[in-house]
Design a protein around this ligand. Sequence first.
Ligand code: HEC
Ligand code: HEC
Ligand code: HEC
Length: 128
Amino acid sequence: MKWKGFLISCVLFLALVGLWVGIAQSGGTSDAVHQGPETLILNSGPMSPSLVPHWKHQEVVDGCAPCHELFPQQRGSVDALKAEGQLKKKQVMNRCLACHKQKTEAGNRTGPVRCRDCHRKELKASKP
Ligand code: HEC
Ligand code: HEC
Ligand code: HEC
C-alpha cells in the first residue's frame, strides 16, 4: 500500500534527523573538543621543558579559559608574553599547579605537582 510506504518513509526521515541533531549536539559540548596540537611543549627557563597534554585538558577542564585567559591560542605566545614582561616567570606554571593541587585536595583525578612529572629531561626546547 502506498500509504504504508509513506508512513515508513516519514519514520525513517525523523529517525535520521534525530540522529543528525544528536551528533551535532554531542560535538558541541566540552567533551572531546580537540583543537590545536594534541600535546605541547613549553620552554621553562633553566628547567627541562614542560609537557602539556593539550587535548586531554580540553576533555577534563571546563572550557579553555583556565589556561587561555593568561595567553592567546597561539604557539609561542607564552614565551613572547614572558619576554615582554606581561607574564611573570612561572605564572603559567602556578596556574597549572593551582588547579592540580585544588583537585587533589578535593579528591578528584588530577595532574602532577612533582617537578619532574612536568619538566621532562627527554624533551627538547621548542622553537616556535
Ligand atoms: C591546560 C592548559 C590549556 C587548556 C585548558 C587549553 N589550552 Fe590551548 N594551549 C595551551 C598551551 C600551553 C598552548 C601553547 C602556547 C605556547 O606555545 O606558548 C596552547 C595553544 C593553543 C592553540 C594554538 C595552536 C597553534 O599551533 O598555534 C590553539 C588553537 C589552542 N590552544 C586551542 C585551545 C582550545 C580551543 C581550548 C579549549 C577547548 C584550549 N586550547 C584549552 C594550553 C591550554
Ligand atoms: C604542572 C606542571 C609543572 C610542575 C609540576 C612544575 N612546573 Fe615548573 N613550569 C611549568 C611550566 C608550564 C613552565 C613554563 C611557563 C611558566 O614559566 O610559567 C614552568 C617553568 C618553570 C621555571 C622557569 C621560569 C623561567 O621562565 O625562568 C622554573 C625555574 C620552574 N618551572 C621550576 C619548577 C620546579 C622547581 C618545580 C617543582 C617544585 C616545578 N617547576 C614544577 C610546569 C610545571
Ligand atoms: C583547571 C585545571 C587544570 C589546569 C589549569 C591544568 N591542568 Fe593538568 N590536569 C588537570 C586534570 C584534571 C588532569 C588529569 C587528567 C586525567 O588523567 O584524567 C591533568 C593532568 C595533567 C598531566 C598528566 C597527564 C597524564 O596523561 O597523566 C600533566 C603532565 C599536566 N596535567 C600538565 C599541566 C600543565 C603543564 C598545565 C599548565 C600549562 C596544566 N596541566 C594545567 C587539570 C588541570
